[in-house]
Design a protein around this ligand. Structure first.
Ligand SMILES: Nc1ncnc2c1ncn2[C@@H]1O[C@H](COP(=O)(O)OP(=O)(O)OP(=O)(O)O)[C@@H](O)[C@H]1O
Ligand SMILES: CC(C)(CO)[C@@H](O)C(=O)NCCC(=O)O
Ligand SMILES: [K+]
Length: 231
């Protein structure tokens, strides 16, 4: 068994995997880990190294190898378009490796709706054609609240693609429209055979994306990460 960790800016997500593409969710806050059953840890971190160190302390896995996965120029047939490949967020890289594993030889628009929303274009030939980074739904709302005197939010999330009629609905609906607008604009710029969506806000967004050839893949990054098992 392998422990896979996706150390994000907001949350750490984990899976136990026997082999590529086969995982059991593991809650890092609640679940008990049978460390003897873990052969190795594969992890990717967009967050800082301090988060990684804290996790290393939390798990009693000092004997096992910890293999950090980072963005590279080329892997499994995927070619990174950055001239400094390691600067591409590893979550974006894994989302593309995951998409290519699930949809081989298929051009995909890969969207990760997390703390930030990222949109990346991946050609059927494995060439990364570039992408976008924009603030995610929650971050957009928080930044408006923080930088204005009179805009406030509520704990309830009721964003809809409709006009708002009070501060909270204007803010939440506006930020939803902004993310959906970026996706629509991106698709218009370069449509592809598939739109692959993941991230904490995928569930909320998917209902508004029915016009696209959309697949929601909640474990997309783990599909990418698990490709490294025994490779
Ligand atoms: N339990 C939750 N905790 C935090 N955010 C959540 C949760 N459930 C849904 N979300 C939504 O998910 C978004 C964050 O996505 P996600 O959890 O993928 O981020 P992340 O772990 O920070 O990933 P990354 O840093 O790699 O973008 C927020 O915009 C928020 O609205
Ligand atoms: C954009 C985020 C924050 C999305 O999680 C992450 O992919 C990241 O930190 N990227 C580094 C910068 C880049 O991708 O060019
Ligand atoms: K993410």
């Amino acid at each position: 068994m392998y422990l896979l960790l996706d150390i994000g800016n907001t949350r750490t997500k984990a899976m136990l995997a026997a082999q590529a593409g086969q995982f059991i969710p593991f809650d890092v806050e609640k679940d008990e880990l049978d460390s003897a059953a873990v052969q190795a840890v594969y992890y990717a971190a967009v967050a800082g190294q301090d988060k990684v160190q804290a996790l290393k302390k939390q798990f009693t896995l000092a004997e096992q190898p910890w293999r950090q996965i980072e963005s590279e120029a080329y892997r499994f047939g995927i070619r990174n378009c950055y001239s400094q490949p390691h600067l591409l967020g590893v979550d974006r890289w894994l989302a593309m490796l995951g998409s290519n594993w699930l949809y081989p030889n298929t051009d995909c628009v890969v969207i990760d709706a997390g703390t930030a929303v990222t949109i990346d274009w991946l050609g059927a030939d494995g060439q990364h054609q570039g992408g976008w980074i924009l603030p995610g739904l929650k971050l957009q709302q928080q930044s408006v609240v923080q930088k204005t005197a009179k805009v406030f939010n509520a704990d309830t999330h009721q964003a809809r693609l409709a006009h708002g009629n009070d501060t909270v609905s204007c803010l939440q609906n506006g930020c939803l429209a902004s993310v959906l607008g970026a996706i629509a604009q991106g698709w218009q710029l370069k449509p592809m055979s598939k739109m692959v969506l993941t991230g904490g806000d995928a569930g909320l967004l998917q209902g508004y994306l029915k016009a696209y050839p959309l697949d929601v893949q909640p474990h997309l990054l783990f599909n990418g990460l698990s490709r490294f098992i025994e490779s």
